[in-house]
Design a protein around this ligand. Structure first.
Ligand SMILES: Cc1cc2nc3c(=O)[nH]c(=O)nc-3n(C[C@H](O)[C@H](O)[C@H](O)COP(=O)(O)O)c2cc1C
Length: 185
């Protein structure tokens, strides 16, 4: 069809997935969980974000009980660790200790920031009405932190099948964002 070939409907997520692969930290005060998350997106400019966290994750119950978490943005140096974090359960091991990750206290949530990440976003649950059907949590950012010395755009992206991409060249089209100028200032 005009040069297109059919693509499996069940794999369309792979075409739009690549937001950053992130780490999500939760804590119930006794156990600090950490998980990998690749299904995530911004929702509103005032700091509302969405993440998919399912019942298969230990972190799910903690997020449900505490209604707060930290989203850490790992740089490409943490790519392997991030996959390994996502391949293990906080029920079986202390992933923080096992993977040499550093807990850094936040200011608005009990879950620790991840010291090795280039950015950390403290969040509280804004809306869980889509969790039962879609495992989709709407989160409100309550504080956010970045390392000013991090290389530009250091995050990496999951292509959905265990392959990852890092960011390429930066293209600055901010002068052409005429309708949305206030986002570029
Ligand atoms: C690359 C990658 C991406 C993942 N993305 C998600 C995701 O978006 N949502 C999710 O619920 N689980 C995702 N997982 C699976 C969780 O990270 C995994 O179940 C994790 O080990 C749960 O940890 P926990 O049981 O300690 O909470 C992903 C795993 C990997 C390796």
């Amino acid at each position: 069809m005009n040069g297109f070939v059919p693509y499996p409907v069940r794999e369309t997520y792979r075409l739009i997935e690549p937001g950053p692969t992130v780490l999500i930290s939760t804590s119930d005060g006794v156990r600090d969980n950490i998980m990998t998350n690749a299904f995530n997106m911004p929702v509103r400019h005032d700091g509302i974000l969405a993440v998919i966290v399912g019942t298969w994750d230990t972190s799910f119950a903690t997020l449900q009980a505490t209604r707060q978490c930290v989203i850490g943005i790992p740089g490409a140096d943490l790519m392997r660790t991030t996959v390994q974090v996502g391949n293990s359960s906080s029920q079986d091991l202390d992933k923080w200790k096992h993977f040499g990750l550093t807990r850094v206290p936040g200011v608005s949530v009990a879950a620790p920031l991840i010291g090795e990440c280039v950015a950390n976003i403290e969040c509280k649950v804004e809306d869980d009405s889509l969790v039962e059907d879609y495992s989709l949590w709407l989160l409100r950012t309550t504080a956010a932190w970045i390392r000013p010395d991090a290389v530009p755009a250091p995050e990496f992206h999951h292509r959905g099948n265990g392959t990852f991409t890092t960011n390429g060249e930066l293209h600055d089209l901010s002068d052409e964002m005429t309708k949305w100028k206030y986002f570029t200032d």
